[in-house]
Ligand binder design. Sequence first.
Ligand code: UT7
Length: 324
Amino acid sequence: MMARRAVLIGTGSALPARVVTNAELAARVDTSDEWIVERTGIRQRYVAAEDETTSSLAIAAARAALATAAVEGSSIDLIVLATATPDQTFPATATIVQDAIGANGGIAFDVAAVCSGFLYALGTADAMLRTGMASRALVIGAETFSRILDWEDRTTCVLFGDGAGAIVLEARESDEATGPGILATRLHADGAHNQLLYVDGGPSSTGTVGKLRMRGKEVFKHAVTNLSEVLREVLADTGVTADQLDWVVPHQANQRILDGTARKLGLPADKVVVTVDRHANTSAASVPLALDTAVRDGRIKPGQLVMLEAMGGGFTWGASLIRI
Ligand code: UT7
């Protein structure tokens, strides 16, 4: 049986030019390379210069994804951009990308689900493509968290980085049993925890942009449990078993969360794509950045089963299974 599915036809990513090492941070706050590597797996992060913005990174990632898909920007009729650090409060950063790639006239909007933003954007785009509201979509995760970090707070400033990742999805008739496409997505939120990871400002509360605040240990505890549960849901939805997965592309918050989640599902560590050492936590950008890395270095290939997953502020979390 054939079904209309959202098929992945291209990936791209972009990083700021400047790398900041753990040693550089240790010169600014009371931390050390040893602590950061041991507790998080992070060795460096990319930090945007003044003239690098969420939209400039998103546009570069989008152009790279369009190039690998070999399609024109003008053929895109849907842009869903996940970010918690938009250029401006409004308009949506997606509209800035739309204008830059010449896709004007289609649909363009931002999604705010912090570190799970890319999964929320993917689930939204998939639904719109399958129901015929659009035919070819750019789904983007782009962030400049460096702009909302408290650079005096060692418990948060060492954890995050800037970057963007993008994918092109196309609605196609695909064989239900063996064909490519997004097979299932599950999304969740639990607003009871919305003050464990938050920004202490905003247009309607303080009139300021604010800084990121996190109760890291509590976020950590929920992350492994929530992620394992949502991964099991998507496996059950699709009838795929954990050992049939070719790759897991997780949100890159902490190496220990990646290890803990893989262990709970009985997944070997060498099936988990890891970029947290180089990119740190880039929030909504981390999943598409890691996906693009593993597509470009040849690990992820056509026909493979790839699970994406993320958890973040809200709390929000989700997972999506794709046949490439
Ligand atoms: O992307 C959204 C989801 N976010 C996450 O998933 C983040 C989840 N949380 C985590 O990854 C971890 O909880 C952290 C990496 C944030 C912290 O690791 P931890 O093992 O939970 O450490 P902790 O918060 O329990 O802190 C242990 C100690 C504390 O000192 P005391 O109280 O034991 O004396 C901290 O003050 O480590 C101290 N500490 C640091 N020391 C050196 C905290 N940050 C640092 C630092 N350098 N940067």
